[in-house]
Every structure is written in C-alpha cells, then in structure tokens.
Design a protein around this ligand. Structure first.
Ligand SMILES: [Fe+2]
Length: 489
C-alpha cells in the first residue's frame, strides 16, 4: 500500500491505525460502578487505504464501529470495519478506488455507481437496531453483538430519501426517532426529507421540503411541537464537482436561514427566519418550546470549523482562531417577522452531550468538550485537526461550570452519559482520553467520571492496549436495550 500523506488528516492522533481487534477483561484501575451495564459504541473514521487524492479529508475515511462492553465492573473492547460495498471493493483491489470527499466524479471507472457510504459518524440505537450513520448516505445496520455489517437501512424499502442525518433525535417520552436527509433529490439538490419512525422502528411519515439553497445540514433541533432546520452558507456547486473539485466551500457573505415547521406537520408549513451572514453550527445543544416561543441552543462559529472547507474559500485560519460561541436563538412563532433574538449562554465548545431525558425539554445542564487556555495547546488530530483539552459541565441558567482535565498533552473526546438510576444522583460520563507521548505515538484510555462532580478524580480508568483513532460520535446502549436487540449474539 502507498504511504499515507503527511497532512493533518493522516498524522499525529489521526495517523491511520486500522486494526480490527478484540480483547476481554481490560485492565481497570479503580472501581466501575455496577449500574454501568451495557455498551459504549463509537464511530471511528480510519482509512484502510491511502487516499487517491493526497489532500483528501479524514471525513472520507472508512467507518469502524468500536464497542466497549461493561458488565459487573469488567470491560471488553472490540472494533471492526463496516463492510460497505466501498470498503469491500477497495479491500479486494488492495488500494483506494474512490476519489475525493463526496465527489463521485473523481472515483475510478471500475467503481462508478457503487455505494460510496462509509458510515463513520454516529452510532445510533433505535427500535432494537444499531445503525452506523453518515449524512451523505443511508444508515448501515450493524449486529451489536458481533459488529458484523447487516447492510443499508431503508425501513423495509419504504424510505424514499437516499440520505440520513448522523444526528437523529429520539424523543424520551414517545420513543419516536426524528430524522432528515439533505441532498435528498440527488447530488447538490435543495431537497430535504424529514422522516419519523415509531418507537418500534417503523417508518410512520416522510415529508420533503425545499431549502433556500443546498448546504451542509449536519444537525437539527426538535421541540415537543416543532422541528428546526438551519441552513448555513457552506455551499456546493455541481459544476465544480464535475470538474473534480471539492464538495463544499464556505460563503462568508452568505445568509443563514432557519426553518421551523410543526414536528408532525407538512413541509409546506415551514417558516423561514433570516439569520446572520457567514456563520455555521455543526451541533445543537437542545431545543424546546414555551407557548409560542421556540428556543434553539447551538455551538456557533463565525465560519465552518473544518479547515479543508474554509481553505476552499480562502480562509486559512487555524480552527481555534475562529470566533466560537454557545448561542441561544429565540423565535416568536406568533410574530410574522422573519427575525429572532440571539444571546450567548455559556463558554464555547462543541460535541455537547445532554441527558437523553432532557431532549426537546427545558434543561438545567449539559456536558461539552472545550478548550482551557491554561490547559496547554490542543493536541493535533480529530475531525477538525485539533482536539479539545477539557470537559465542562455547564448550567446555563446559573452560570455554574465544572471542569475535568486529564493532564498536559491529552485530548478529550465526546462523552456518553449513563444514568445511575439512583434518586439524586446524575450518573456517570464515559469518554476516551488520548495522551500524545511524542508526535506519531499516543496511548488511549477510557475514563469514567461522576457526571455531577466532573472535576473529581475518575472513579475508574480502563487501559486500552491498542491506541485508538479519534472517534467522531458515540452512544450508550444499556444492557436492557441490548437484550431487546433484533440480532442474536
Ligand atoms: Fe456531528
């Protein structure tokens, strides 16, 4: 195999690892609380082959599904590649056959028309099934016990959308899963599909609407009454793609638009509100409604946080030089104006984690990786090229903030939250912490901390014998949920 490029996408923490392995009874320092019983699934983009284009993005990398299994204070780990048609074709050829990130015109002739899915962004559990998602394709179903790939998920052929978001929302009361897919009408189309599955995983509705323009729509907001879709000016161009160019560039002068429709409504009921120019948000903290008011809390930046997308439009700032804010946008649905109110609510960060029970409802606190200026420089790696160095517990209403750090040269990943089931106790957070030993060499450990007192020393650390490639997102699936799996072990 040819050598991987010496770019940020393939070096430091992002150096490809690509080892499928499993191990039982990992070494645990401390005590894992017995109520932590289930599995922490992680979506890991780890390229099996050096890319056709040396400036390619880590977002094109083959998806691996990683699982830490917890039972009676013990931990096992397993990690496997998704057997997508793309991975299988390249494995047979022993080299990359697919071209640039989300540009099928750059694929080699022998794989033209083959599913380009890499399923590398978010593991999702719903209706007794585990899915691996990435927004430019359908979700892929995975057997949660064996990590074998089942195949693309179409809701028994009922789903018309060819794409599904990596950020579906599962309502904690109804159990329904709310999803969308953009570029639903084909490459660069402004069609968006919005679809809902009932608690058993049956597709119950699919509504299509037109966005103001085709943009990178990574996340969305859901309240008890409304669905909120933001269109930020990271734009595409079919002619550029046909000429072999990049999928996205960011338009610093472009308007953002926020569309709000009834959560069980029609696309024709969408109302569009005009937002600021040039901004972008990958992740939404939460959304909820009070009477005619809709609140949307988001991790907002003054440009697209991905360096390769900014570079396509001539913005070469390092990611942590962007102006980032945690912002609340408040909309008055009784007012016909297309304006709304914005205010900052807490320190910036990204990859926010909310208690599942707080989704779409008023909430008191959440957790989020962030940068502590006193915590040392960010370790290069991860999807945006620099990792956060601390984890915050934030109460927006009181301003109270707790912080966890794990020493110099460490990188913090998105945590999962595990409820304790005990009255008055907020449960536990589990996350991977990477420690760079020297450039090109790092070690990974799994850390379990008290979700309330996150600054206290971890209650347990789990030594991981093989360094882990940075994940994008993860999810927690309880032992009770796994027992309801559609697949046998
Ligand atoms: Fe995401």
């Amino acid at each position: 195999m040819s050598r991987f490029p010496d770019t940020m996408e393939f070096t430091r923490l992002n150096r490809p690892i690509g080892i499928e392995w499993s191990a039982s009874n990992l070494e645990v320092e401390g005590q894992i609380p017995p109520e932590i019983n289930g599995a922490f699934f992680r979506a890991v983009p780890d390229p099996a082959f050096s890319p056709l284009f040396p400036d390619d993005s880590i977002l094109s990398a083959d998806g691996m599904v990683s699982r830490f299994s917890f039972e009676n204070g013990t931990v096992d780990h397993a990690i496997r590649y998704l057997r997508t048609p793309r991975f299988e074709a390249e494995r047979v050829a022993r080299r990359a056959l697919f071209g640039r990130y989300r540009n099928p015109f750059t694929d080699l002739p022998e794989v033209q028309g083959t599913d380009r899915a890499v399923a590398n962004t978010t593991p999702v559990w719903h209706g007794g099934r585990l899915f691996m998602t990435k927004e430019d394709a359908l979700a892929y179903e995975v057997n949660p016990h064996t990590l074998e790939t089942v195949g693309p998920w179409t809701y028994e052929g009922k789903l018309r959308s060819p794409t599904m978001t990596a950020h579906p929302r599962v309502d904690p009361v109804t159990g329904e899963m709310f999803m969308f897919g953009y570029e639903a009408g084909g490459l660069c189309s402004d069609d968006v599909a919005y679809f809902i599955a009932d608690r058993d995983g049956n597709l119950k509705s699919e509504e299509w609407f037109k966005a103001p323009y085709c943009s990178l729509m990574h996340d969305f907001g859901l309240t008890e009454r409304w669905a909120v879709f933001a269109v930020f000016p990271t734009k595409t161009d079919l002619e550029r793609l046909k000429q072999g160019g990049v999928h996205w560039s960011h338009d610093a002068d472009g308007d953002a638009w926020i569309g709000i429709m009834p959560r069980y409504g029609k696309g024709s009921e969408m109302r569009w509100f005009k937002g600021p120019k040039g901004v972008f948000a990958f992740h939404y903290i939460n959304a909820w409604d009070e009477g005619d008011t809709v609140h949307l809390d988001i991790c907002l930046a003054d440009s697209n946080p991905f360096p390769f997308i900014r570079a396509a439009s001539g913005d070469f700032r390092p990611t942590f030089d962007l102006k980032m804010t945690s912002t609340r946008w408040t909309f008055d649905m009784s007012n016909p104006a297309d304006t709304f109110v914005a205010r900052d609510i807490c320190p910036p960060g990204d990859l926010p984690r909310l208690r599942d029970a707080d989704l779409s409802r008023p909430y008191s606190h959440f957790w989020m990786p962030s940068m502590n200026p006193q915590g040392g420089p960010p370790v290069p790696g991860g999807p945006v090229g620099a990792q956060f160095n601390c984890l915050l517990r934030i109460e927006p209403a009181t301003g109270r903030i707790g912080m966890a750090q794990f020493g110099p040269g460490t990188a913090v990943s998105e945590p999962v939250h595990v409820p304790s089931g005990k009255p008055g106790h907020d449960g536990w957070l589990i996350l991977v912490v990477d420690r760079e030993i020297d450039p090109g060499h790092h070690a990974s450990e799994l850390v379990i901390i008290d979700a309330t007192d996150i600054g206290a020393p971890p209650v347990a650390r789990v030594r991981v014998p093989v360094a882990l490639h940075p994940q994008i997102h993860g999810c927690w699936v309880s032992g009770a949920q796994l027992a309801q799996s559609r697949h046998k072990g």
